[in-house]
Design a protein. Structure first.
Length: 608
């Protein structure tokens, strides 16, 4: 959530800041602003609403300067307003601050500052940071920021500039992502990599508790006690074009079409010539893998649904009991984990605050933790014992699509690895499943080649107010993900249930005004699902069925059928998800919704 961009170098800062913030719009925001140093003062411009409002204000009254900070804010403390928008300044107007995260003790700090004579003009927690820097500043901006963050409880990524130090930008982080693009004679601080790619692919990744003194000539990183440290540097393989729309109408549609590539890249190199699944990233010895007697999966939102798919596969193939827990509940539930428990933390961004808290709790209790993430260098990669990357490339749309299917691909490989290590599946069976898994990207491509049935279906249901999604077995998490996609981008109420649960309450909601989406692909429970469909139709509801090619009989039970190619039941989650992603997208577009930036949502939830 929120976005930070800071610049120091030879270019006009306003151009770099606005361009960088535009590439961070996917993170979600409700206001935006910049602070730029000129020779005599810090010019601050802030606007409520979309970034175009800020751009128009700056175009009307240009603000020259080559050093500045910018921010897109997603309201936490205080309503969206110009007064609450970032950057925030101190009493003197000589210090400006941008901040992502939440300062949990801000009320205490605010009262202290007010008693000391500081005048605070906003409702935000962030403004206290600017006034603390003012109070501690004695000619050394890095020292003032260091003393300030010693007083802060909570999460933060900070960018700070001072009129008295016009050649310096100070950045610091704790529990909120912050990177620095290292160019020739320029540096760009940002919340995420797309904001810097126009200028450099060399990126410094700040770790927790680190402070960076950023100048045009170079960057010095220290820890909280002032000791200089060697920062982590990464070279970004993907380019700016990969983060742009590439001719598609929306990022979400582009990312839906990128799924075959994302799945292939995630699977690449995972099967050795000896027929063994290759997962050296687990950082576990063969003996440790064999000793695993329980798996705990931690995740939120879409990643949680991927975790439920993984539960089915791991239990079916490896015969290891699996629990899937919403990350925000894990550390408060007094979980039963030990050194023979494998904890799998799934987080697209690698910065999800609740999942990170769960990772720490699990490791403190002795569990081995592996992370599944899409972002190299993200926080979870440092806090876990091992990391299994998805290789989906940047996902800009807030609603996860390609990262979800890439997560399922990675989790499927993990399930095969556990089954093989435990001796629960013979190598021949593993190889056969692997061959079928490598065909999934081709199946996804085949689905994307003909979307007419989905388009026709979407046109029929643009005005509904509520929907139900049903499935059985592996169709349950598919239904859950389909319902989530519909509600988050079209704002239509949607709920998902195991189909057998329908008679235990949800059937009361069914009427001719509530269409029901049913995952009815071929599998062990197919006949049961058809019976559930008949119960739905008996109450007057129209049915949209996701079914397997060749199943002509399903047409007599549904108003619309969205076919997918035949796939082994255990591997059907990815193909069955595709029609529901596209259906949600088409309905949202017909309703005039912004599919890339759904209201109230952010791409990376970095506060609890």
């Amino acid at each position: 959530m929120c976005g930070i961009v800071g610049y120091i170098g030879p270019r006009q800062a306003s151009d770099v800041l606005l361009g960088g913030l535009a590439r961070l719009e996917y993170r979600g925001y409700d206001s935006a602003g910049v602070a730029i140093i000129n020779s005599a003062e810090i010019d601050v411009v802030r606007r409520v609403g979309k970034l175009v409002n800020l751009s128009e204000a700056i175009a009307a009254t240009p603000i020259p300067g080559t050093v500045g900070i910018g921010h897109t804010r997603w309201a936490t403390h205080g309503r969206p307003s110009e007064e609450n928008a970032h950057p925030h300044i101190d009493c003197t107007g000589r210090i400006a601050v941008v901040h992502n995260g939440i300062i949990e003790n801000y009320l205490e700090l605010r009262e202290e500052l007010a008693q000391a004579g500081h005048i605070l003009r906003s409702e935000t927690d962030t403004e206290t940071v600017a006034h603390l820097v003012e109070a501690y500043y004695d000619g050394d901006l890095v020292e003032a920021v260091s003393k300030t963050i010693e007083r802060l409880d909570g999460a933060y990524a900070l960018g700070v500039v001072h009129l008295d130090s016009p050649g310096t930008l100070v950045a610091a982080r704790k529990d909120s992502p912050l990177i620095i693009g290292v160019g020739e004679g320029e540096s760009i601080v940002a919340s995420d990599i797309p904001a810097v790619l126009e200028y450099t692919r060399e990126v410094l990744v700040l770790a927790d508790g680190q402070i960076a003194k950023v100048t045009a000539e170079g960057i010095t990183v220290t820890d909280l006690v002032g000791t200089e440290v060697e920062p982590e540097m990464i070279h970004v393989e993907w380019d700016l074009e990969a983060a742009e729309k590439g001719g598609f109408e929306d990022f979400m549609l582009k990312e839906i079409y990128e799924q075959p590539k994302a799945i292939r890249e995630t699977l690449r190199g995972r099967m050795g010539a000896d027929g063994q699944i290759q997962l050296s990233e687990l950082q576990m010895s063969p003996e440790q893998v064999v000793a695993i007697d329980r798996v705990f999966i931690l995740a939120c939102g879409t990643s949680y649904h991927a975790g439920i798919v993984a539960k089915s596969l791991i239990e079916q193939w490896a015969r290891i009991p699996v629990e899937v827990e919403v990350s925000s509940e894990f550390r408060y539930s007094d979980p039963i984990v030990d050194d023979e428990t494998l904890v799998v933390a799934i987080t697209q961004s690698g910065e999800t605050a609740d999942t990170l808290a769960g990772v720490r709790e699990a490791r403190e209790r002795g569990a081995k933790v592996i992370a599944i993430t899409n972002v190299v260098g993200s926080r979870v990669t440092r806090e876990s014992d091992g990391v299994l990357y998805t290789h989906a490339g940047p996902e800009i749309g807030v609603a996860a699509t390609k990262t979800f299917t890439a997560q399922i691909a990675a989790l499927t490989v993990l399930a095969l690895k556990l089954a093989q290590a435990k001796g629960m599946l013979p190598d021949e069976r593993v190889e056969n499943l692997w061959v079928e898994l490598t065909r999934v990207p081709d199946i996804v491509e085949a689905i994307l080649e003909d979307l007419q049935a989905i388009d026709d279906c979407a046109a029929a249901y643009t005005d509904v107010y509520s929907t139900l999604f049903l499935g059985r077995g592996i169709g349950v998490p598919v239904a859950m993900e389909g319902a989530l996609k519909l509600k988050e981008i079209s704002y239509i109420h949607a709920e998902a249930y195991a189909a057998g649960e329908m008679k235990h309450g949800p059937i009361a909601l069914i009427s001719e005004d509530v269409p029901v989406v049913v995952v009815a692909t071929q599998g062990a429970t197919y006949e049961k699902v058809v019976s559930n469909i008949q119960e739905v139709r008996a109450r007057g509801a129209e049915v949209i069925a996701v079914a397997t090619h060749g199943d002509d009989s399903i047409r007599s039970h549904a108003e619309h059928v969205l076919y997918i190619p035949a796939t082994p039941e255990a591997l059907s989650a990815i193909p069955a998800t595709l029609p529901l992603q596209v259906l949600a997208y088409r309905i949202a577009k017909l309703r005039g919704c912004n599919v890339d930036q759904p209201r109230n949502l952010a791409k990376s939830v970095t506060v609890e």
